[in-house]
Structure formats: C-alpha cells, structure tokens
Design a protein around this ligand. Sequence first.
Ligand SMILES: [Zn+2]
Length: 277
Amino acid sequence: MLTPVADGVFVHRSDLLRNNTVVVQGAEGVLLVDPGITGAEMQCLADDLRDLGLPVVAGFATHPDWDHVLWHPELGDAPRWATADAASFMRDLRSQPGWRDRVREALPPEIVDEVPVEPFGLLTALPADATHLPWDGPSVRVLAHPAHATGHAALLVEGCRVLIAGDMLSDVFVPMPDLEGAADPLADYLVGLDVLAGVADEVDVVIPGHGSPGDGTGLRERLTRDRAYIEALRGGGEFRDPRIDAPEPGWEWVGDLHAGQVEAYARRRAGEADAAG
Ligand SMILES: [Zn+2]
C-alpha cells in the first residue's frame, strides 16, 4: 500500500525491519528509493504502481547494504542510481566468483528463496560532480555523507521538503556507525549528522530507512538523540535512549545490537591502544 507523506511523495512500508520504500512522482513515472526487502513486498509495490499507471523511471539505493540494494524484475530496468562509492562497492561484490552464493548467505533465511538474486546490487554510479539526481521529476538533491556505510547518501526532495534519510535518523534503530570499515567511525558519524542538520530548515518530513516518518521538529529531536548516542558511545557514558530503554514490542533485539556496538567499539579502542604501544 502506498501512503502519501507529501505532495507527490509516497511510502511503501514493509513489516520485516519496518523498512520504508519511497516513491517520488515525476513527469513520466516514479523514482523508487530503496525498493524493499521481500519478493512479495516488491511485487505488491510493482502492482500498486501499475494500477496507478506509473512506471519506474529511476531507482536510487541510499547505500550498499543488502536491504537497500534489492530489486525485482517487475519493477523494470530503469537505472538504479547510487553514489560512486556505493556503486563500486557493489560492482566489486558482483565481480567475485560465487557472489550469488555469498548474497544468499547474507540474506535472512526467511526471504532467501523469494528474493531475486540476479538484480541484487546492480547500481549505476552518479557522476562525481552530481549534486542532483538526473531524472525528469521534482528536483532531488543528493547528500552524500559518511556515517553508517560507505557511499551512503540521503536525498532531499527540494520542493516537497522531504528528507529521505536511508539508514540514519531512525526511531527504532540506534545509530549504526561503520565500526568495521571506517578509520574514525564516530567522528564520521557526527559529520554525517552535521550534513543532515545542515538541511533541517528545508525539511517538513523526514523518512528513515526503517521506522516511522517524522516532521521538522521530529527531525531536530532525532538529530539531538543520535548525536547523544554517538557521544555516549565515544565517551563511555550512560545511554538514555528510548530505542534501548523502551523499545516497541518486537524491537527488543535492538538492545542486543546496541550492546554489540559498545563491545565492538571497546575492542577497537583496545586494538588502537595496543598499536600505539
Ligand atoms: Zn544499512
């Protein structure tokens, strides 16, 4: 089901991981951001769009994590844009022998048989100097930033004042810095939040990759809360965060994810101290 969140902007939401696919209406069809997770969900989305007579004319993947780079043949073969870093990450993965098996191993077992593997991660790099998505529709600004994953970008649908945040600013997930890949993941995360804060005055609706959309005030609250989380992780302070202390039913496991991050960061620090002798 497509739910309108702003003029010409819709959300298609999945129960699994509560992920939000965003649909932006253009002149001849739609832009599809992070198309979804299960085969049934993408089929439902394709059916909804066909009923509305709206072909997919462009796709966008906010970052190269598995739940943001899936695709379904029924959605057609429009270019699926991503930052150059995200596209090259996926190109590397797809060029390795046995990549299809590796993708299947990485997918949750409950969806592995229904998700088409062939179009997984087939992304087209945006030109290096692109500030906006090359498509025939409302102006969409690309906000590439470090924080959660290599090649991550949020999108700002300028006229509609909608911020599509990818895996940032969730009300159900705590911030997930790139603790494995980045040289300075927490500093990076704060830079990412600054990039998003920099457009806060231009936003009336924020749509996270997972969770509930928020308004402009909600955006500022999420920025503050996520900054506090990262500061606590960095300083070893106390976490006061509703996503850990009072998760929604079914989301208690975010507490484990959080505990894992605290451990992973402590291990990193210990490794850095050893290296420094
Ligand atoms: Zn992610």
